[in-house]
Design a protein around this ligand. Structure first.
Ligand code: DGJ
Length: 721
């Protein structure tokens, strides 16, 4: 061996991470494909091949990329740890102190000490059986004196090879979340930040690097996600000198403001867990690993995801018992299983200018409390859910009047309102107790099954009034997590949805204590096809709330066919956001048939592998779910707009078993789909008794999928025979 350093290999799900425990700082010598059982000579060669060259006009010795790169390694890129000894030096030299390797658990902890300042950093790598590598870093102040260490940033970083030349990440705005953007990884830093106090509508979400032209089904890809709901940053960075023998680095972490986290002796900062995923099977390979990991969690929702009706777009703030009872009745007749009463039920909340913070039922609108509605819902065998926005406050509320010191804002003024509201400092122990107490009491009183937990503004100047106006997003985020955890502890059956102006808080931090997300306030299926397709890049369909909206979208005012709206809502945790009492008899029959179809297909949709088609025509979207044993699949073939080619031609249905025969049926429960052509022969059969085809033909050669009129979709269902 060229090295006497221990070499640690973590393997799982076809991925490997290999670390050389070199002194003074360990280095990663491989992250990517599992290279198999490496013998001593292979490991030897791997170590030697991890030594970079010493370039001209650079350090005399070659520059390595360590697991904790800082200036101490002559690293000129983004450091893994930034911070400063208060009134002192920003320089820390972490040196390998010890490690712990648990092969069975796939875990390696590496502890490094900075003797100069008495700091200790521990990096934990955990590679699970799905190939997802979680990296957690802690920094502790173990000095004995008075020294305070102000943490600037802790960023989990992993190397990318030369062939990772393109990136894909996401941005967005209200009603258009997770909009993809793509480009070349150039020299320099592509830095994406959220300074909005939440993961945000424009969250990078998943920063993906890949080989040239990677797409859903092809290419080698490396991705990173920060499991955190506060300020955060993502980066892919390439320096001229590279990163050791690698070309660039990929990373993510929490974004801290100056002074936000100061460690006194004995204190420790735990950075949010950052997940890294590698796949050589394109974007579907990444989502497959992530979905399998999430589904294996103890806390993953396992009961059938109830068809939900949310009252928001049906009545908005107009809470009238008779109207709501009619809606509940209509919902029950079509097959809804859960009713969620949205915003507007609490004291003073007649519009969005007042009431937030006063979590008591409005006695004018609800003289008998929520009981008449809750009883109506329960009598029909449905679950009852209620909307809250616990982190927010309107200045006119009783709570804000009585406790101005609980507002998360600078002491000398609250700054700009967003949607007329401000943020409550949940890190204030009294505010935390009060809000938790109100929610807890209501959950207990009405036996609430489900909370839609909303968050409708960004955080600006999130100053802790009770602590010298220190920056407070970090503590606010932790306080929120504690509250969610405590509610779940007190009410183990309670489910919680994460909503934030639509899909503004979708991340694995919030999803560790919630049961689904509201993907977007936009229910227009043209927009939703993309929003849901990309939301599912990280999380499986059962965690994505996807509701059927009104014929005319409330956000885009586009008018779309019911069948297209239903086909779109099917691929998620389905529900209804429309006023069912306005639907015709025929439309209600269709929604009823859809409800039955959703219930029939949800075991498949909520456990199978997501597959997405790579299509030349950008107006077509092929989304499928194939059961894990590949005996069944359902595909949605959707057309967003028109395109020049008259025919779609043969399109391969991904994910099928080539050695199985399948019977394909068109599932027309969603109602009529309008075609832009006479249907191809196979589709005529599939719309009748069924069309038989092998996975080899449907997945290998493909089937001529019909050219649909714009904003239409068909559903095809394959069962093996
Ligand atoms: C924003 C959410 O995204 C909507 O679904 C709705 O709950 C409103 N807030 C209520 O104010």
């Amino acid at each position: 061996m060229n090295t006497t350093n221990p070499i640690i290999t973590l393997r799982g799900g076809g991925t490997a991470l290999i670390v050389e425990l070199a002194h003074p700082r360990p280095r990663i010598i491989h992250w990517g494909a599992d290279l198999g059982d490496l013998g001593a000579s292979d490991l030897d060669a791997l170590v030697t091949s991890a030594d970079p060259s010493a370039t001209h006009n650079s350090t005399d010795e070659p520059r390595d990329l360590t697991i904790l790169p800082t200036e101490a390694d002559a690293w000129s890129g983004t450091p893994a740890i930034e911070g400063v000894v208060r009134d002192g030096s920003p320089y820390a030299r972490f040196v390998l102190a010890s490690h712990r390797f648990d092969e069975a658990a796939g875990e390696l902890d590496v502890t490094l000490r900075d003797e100069r300042n008495g700091l200790v950093a521990t990096v934990r790598y955990r590679l699970d059986r799905f190939g997802v590598l979680d990296v957690g870093t802690t920094v502790a102040n173990e000095s004995d004196g008075e020294m305070v260490y102000d943490v600037g940033a802790v960023t989990a970083l992993l190397p990318l090879p030369d062939r990772a030349t393109e990136y894909l990440d996401f941005t967005g705005k209200w009603s258009r979340e997770r909009s993809p953007q793509r480009g070349a990884i150039d020299l320099g830093t592509r830095l994406r930040e959220s300074r909005r106090g939440r993961s945000s509508l424009d969250s990078p979400y998943l920063l993906i690097a890949g080989t040239h032209g990677f797409d859903f089904r092809n290419g080698e890809v490396w991705a990173v996600h920060a499991g955190w709901s506060g300020n955060q940053r993502y980066l892919v960075e390439q320096l001229p000198e590279g990163a050791g023998v690698f070309r660039s680095i990929l990373g993510a972490g929490e974004l801290l403001l100056p002074g936000e986290v100061g460690l006194r002796p004995g204190e420790c900062y735990q950075a949010p867990e950052v997940s890294f995923i590698w796949s050589n099977a394109g974007l579907d390979g990444l989502s497959g690993a992530l979905h399998r990991k999430l589904r294996a969690r103890d806390t993953h929702p396992r009961s059938p995801r109830p068809l939900t009706l949310n009252t928001w777009e049906a009545v908005y703030f107009d809470h009238d018992l008779a109207t709501l009872e009619r809606l509940v009745d209509a919902a029950s007749r079509v097959g809804v299983e859960r009713i969620v009463l949205d915003d507007g039920w609490f004291a003073g909340r007649r519009n969005d200018t007042n009431g937030l913070g006063d979590w008591i039922v409005d006695t004018e609108v609800w003289p008998d409390g929520l009981w008449p509605l809750v009883d109506a819902v329960r009598e029909k065998g449905m679950q009852f859910g209620l909307w809250f926005e616990p982190e927010m406050v309107n200045l006119g509320s009783r709570l804000a009047q009585e406790h101005p010191d609980w507002i998360l804002a600078p002491s000398d003024g609250v700054g700009a309102a967003i949607r007329h509201q401000y943020v409550l400092n949940l890190a204030h122990p009294d505010a935390w107790e009060h809000i938790l107490g109100r929610i807890d009491a209501l959950v207990a009183e009405y036996g609430i099954d489900y909370i839609k937990w909303d968050h409708n503004r960004e955080l600006h100047e999130a100053a802790l009034r009770n602590d010298r106006d220190r920056a407070g997003v970090h503590e606010q985020t932790l306080a929120l997590y504690r509250m969610l955890d405590e509610l779940k502890r007190r009410h183990p059956a309670l489910e919680i949805e994460s909503c934030a102006s639509g899909g503004g808080r979708v991340d694995l931090g919030i999803l560790a204590r919630t049961d689904r997300v509201w993907a977007s306030d936009c229910n227009d299926p043209v927009e939703r096809q993309n929003i849901q397709r990309w939301t599912a890049q990280l999380i499986p369909l059962e965690l994505i709330g996807s509701h059927v909206g009104a014929e005319e979208s409330h956000t885009t005012h586009r008018v779309t066919a019911l069948s297209f709206r239903l086909a779109t809502a099917l691929f998620g945790h389905a529900g209804i956001e429309a006023d069912l009492t306005r639907l015709s008899r025929e439309e209600l029959d269709t929604v009823t048939a859809f409800a039955a179809l959703y219930k029939e297909l949800r075991p498949l949709l909520h456990s199978g592998d997501l597959v997405r088609g790579d299509l030349a025509d950008q107006e077509s979207v092929l989304t499928g779910v194939v059961s894990t044993d590949r005996s069944e699949a359902v595909f949605s073939w959707a057309r967003l707009g028109t395109s020049a080619p008259a025919q779609s031609g043969r399109v391969r249905l991904p994910g099928l078993d080539p050695d199985r025969g399948y019977r394909i049926r068109v599932r027309d429960e969603i109602g009529r789909t309008s075609l832009h052509e006479n249907p191809p022969a196979w589709l005529v059969q599939a719309a009748g008794d069924g069309f038989s085809v092998s996975g080899r033909v449907a997945g290998g050669a493909g089937l001529p999928l019909p050219t649909l009129d714009a904003q239409q979709a068909i559903l095809i269902h394959l069962t093996s025979h």
